[in-house]
Write a protein that binds this ligand. Sequence first.
Ligand code: BG6
Ligand code: MG
Length: 217
Amino acid sequence: MSIRGFIFDLDGVLTDTAEYHYRGWKRLADELGIPFTREENEALRGIPRRESLLTLLKGRPATEEQLQEWMARKNAYYLEYIREISPADVLPGARELLEEIRAAGLKSALGSASKNAREVIERLGIAPLLDAVSDGNSVTRQKPAPDLFLHAAAQLQLSPWQCVVVEDAAAGIEAALAGGFWTIGLGPQTRVGRAHVVLPSLQDARLENLLAGLKTS
Ligand code: BG6
Ligand code: MG
């Protein structure tokens, strides 16, 4: 085993933007008179914008023009909410792990389905700790297709088997496994149980322990 790089999902791994996505979708759903709960929002973890909207609509008919307008409206709400994001919003353990990876001479990349990922990492102040960014604009096929992580690995000039993907979404773990990556799943077994290593979060996740855990997986 020779791990040379880490690819991090953003939402739910490095920061918790799920609440802002929820508030954006909820505001749109209220305006459209569609019921939408926090539980339903959980199912949208890692799911791209358009698919999230189609899930929220629950089969209600809509023209392409309406879909575009509603996606733009939700995104405007989301952009309004993420203005609040600051370095204090990096999830516990994430910055320390990024720093350890850099100090060990390994590479780090972002692999996020979000088209707003760059803005979020700038606001979090972690952009300088990432060697490459692959986001919702980088590939056409989104998770669970492996394309986004393959794009990130290519930017790092590494092969999938040399990289670990850190994810909190089932779709993200499937994408990474499909691409031949090592995987660390954050969250409940029911959601990320297919990952090589499962942890509740990155809190107290030291690089040495992660590498040892992957070795014995
Ligand atoms: C993922 C989030 O990271 O990005 C999803 O988990 C979101 O909830 C997706 O729908 C797309 O994000 P954006 O910012 O491009 O709408
Ligand atoms: Mg995520």
